[in-house]
Design a protein around this ligand. Sequence first.
Ligand code: SAM
Length: 237
Amino acid sequence: LHITGPLYGGQQAVLSKDQAHYLSGVMRLSPGDTITVFDGASGAWRATIDAASKRGGTLTLGDRVAPQRDPPDIWLCFAPIKKARTDFIVEKATELGAARICPVTTRYTNSERIRRDRLQAHAVEAAEQCGGTFVPPVDEIVTLAKLLDHWPDDRALIFCDEALSDDPDWSGEGESNPWPPAPAAILIGPEGGFAPAERDRLRAHPQAMAVGLGPRILRADTAAVAALTVWQTTQGD
Ligand code: SAM
C-alpha cells in the first residue's frame, strides 16, 4: 500500500477511507494483521493494522523490510489518446519501470487536457499492484515544441517513428546502433501519428534517434508497451 511519506519506524499512519475499505472489505484483513507499505522513496516497511473499516483506519509502522529500488532513468513521453487507453499507458509504464511519465501534445493529439492527479493515482495503483517501491511522477502536459526546446543535453530521445514501419530495415538505426542507454526517453505519437514538420524537427534534433517497432503500425498504447519492453530488455537493469 502506498502511504504518503516520509515514513519511519513506530509512526502511526492514517489510512484514507478507500485504503481502509480495501484492507478490511476487499482483502478481509483485521486489526493486528500486517501488510507492506511504501512511500516511493524509502523502500518497503512492515505495518500492523490498528483499525480499518469503511470509515477509515490507522496503521503502525514496524521495520523497513526492503531498500528503495528506483527504476533505471527512462522516461515515457507520449501524446494522450482516449481516456481508457491513456490510463492503460500510465499503468503499463509504471509496471514496466518508467522513471517519469511525460504527457505531450502534438499536432494531431486528440485529447489535449488530462487529469494529472487521476493519472498519478493510476501510477500509484500500478506500483502497489506490482509490489514496487517507486511511483513515477506524472508531469503536467506540455507541447512537443516546448519539450524539445528544454530537452536536457545528456538525455537520449528515442523517437518511435511509425514511418519506419514501411522501411525494409524497420529497426531504424540498425543493429550496429542499438537503443541508447540511460538517461533516455521514449517518445510515442498520437493515434494520427506525427505531422511531417514534427518528424522533420525530431529527425534534426541532436539527441533524437528514430526507431521502428516492426513492420506494422501499432496502436499508441501497444507502441508504448513494446518500446519500454525493448528498452528494459536491452538497456535496463
Ligand atoms: N491509428 C493507430 C491508433 O489508433 O492507435 C496507430 C497509432 S500510431 C500512429 C501511434 C504512435 O505509435 C506513433 O506515432 C509511433 O510513435 C508509435 N508507433 C506505432 N507503430 C510504430 C512502428 N511500427 N514503429 C515505430 N513507432 C510506431
